[in-house]
Write a protein of this length. Structure first.
Length: 367
């Protein structure tokens, strides 16, 4: 069986980060290869810094920033049960072990999520120096331009890839101009699983006492923005749904008038979306999963127009592609229900899913 290494983000407080990693590994496994999530090699200084940072944050700080103790425990359990991982390689001997791990792979894939966002990326996420066949799957830059000072990093790292695929139109055009080779656009890994697969996945939920009979609006926000709650108030008025369920990620998300669930695990996140009457979010993956599960939803813009650090393009590209641009809600005109429009959306999505799985299959066949 071929071994495919995956370099990505996973395991933090953001549900989408772990779900995209799970979905890509799951798809690779379905196509007949064995996926391994690779960890960055650390020097002893890196390792010590990591430990010191973990002690510098209190449990209360973590709780207020979306990492309640029980939630963290559930996510760690999900990681250990779901992913094939190598041990962390540290120090001089670790460097040789890390090279051994890489050499045992038939290929390594970078992706998905915003691994190539100029504000967050690094050579490791672009597979710099790896002596193996290199590919990407749905890697995102998240912004509308690469700073000139970083263009060389992108060109030098990505030019050695066998094939490159990205998630958004914007990234495709920007990177094609830098690396001077064709780049394929594919769907986010969470779209590689169909609705039935996500429903099955949600059967592992832990929130056994949560009432799904009473309609609710699920709110999941990444940033703390006071204007979001004005939008939520309008959505309550427009839909007539008074019950608000919040998955907090910031201190301002603890609203007295809402039900707050601090300890939802990965499967719980899908379960809560699946049983909601409406999803209100600023999250890319909550938006993508709402589309995949054919849910009513609205997406709030996280960044102001003209913000140089704006990541809005990834959401606007996604919604435009599925002809759902009216779901971008600015707090003024509330969009009509999606309803039967999902028939057309599902036709587009099915074609996208098949094309993307074929691309992934080509990677496995060729390595």
């Amino acid at each position: 069986m071929k071994k495919i290494g995956i370099v990505t983000w996973y395991g933090g407080s953001n549900y989408g980060t772990s779900l995209q990693a799970f979905a890509l590994a799951h798809a690779v496994g379905k196509l007949g290869a064995k996926p391994y999530l690779l960890k960055k090699y650390f020097t002893w200084r890196n390792w010590a810094g990591n430990i010191l940072r973990s002690f510098a944050t209190s449990s209360e700080y973590n709780r207020l920033h979306g990492y309640n103790f029980n939630k963290a425990k559930k996510i760690r359990h999900f990681k250990s049960e779901t992913f094939n991982e190598f041990c962390r390689c540290v120090g001089y001997l670790g460097r040789f072990l890390y090279k051994s791990q890489i050499s045992s792979m038939n290929a390594v894939i970078s992706g998905s999520d915003q691994l190539w966002n100029p504000a967050h990326t690094e050579p490791f996420l672009m597979l710099q120096g790896l002596n193996t066949k290199k590919y990407s799957y749905a890697s995102s830059i998240g912004v509308g331009a690469i700073p000139k000072a970083q263009v060389y990093l992108y060109k030098s790292c990505l030019s050695s890839f066998e094939h490159i695929s990205v998630r958004e139109d914007t990234a495709k055009f920007i990177l094609e101009d830098i690396v001077n080779k064709p780049i394929k656009q594919v769907v986010d890994p969470t779209f590689l699983l169909d609705m039935n697969e996500w429903v099955f996945f949600s059967n592992g939920y832990t929130l056994r006492k949560f009432d799904t009979q009473k309609p609710y609006i699920l709110c999941y926000f990444i940033v703390d923005n006071i204007t979001y709650w004005k939008s939520v108030k309008m959505i309550k008025q427009e839909t007539g749904i008074q019950r608000i369920v919040v998955l907090p990620m910031q201190p301002g998300h603890f609203q007295k008038s809402s039900e707050t669930i601090e300890d939802a695990g990965i499967q719980d996140f899908i379960y809560l979306i699946l049983h909601s009457s409406m999803v209100c979010t600023d999250s890319f993956h909550a938006t993508a999963l709402s589309i995949n599960l054919n849910k009513e939803f609205v997406t709030l813009m996280r960044f102001a127009n003209g913000d140089i650090q704006s990541q809005n393009s990834r959401l606007s590209d996604l919604l435009k592609h599925y002809q759902l641009s009216d779901r971008l809600f600015d707090g003024t005109k509330f969009p009509p229900p999606i309803g039967e429009q999902y028939i057309k959306v599902n036709h587009i999505l099915e074609k996208d899913r098949n094309d993307s799985l074929e691309y992934l299959k080509t990677i496995i066949d060729c390595c």
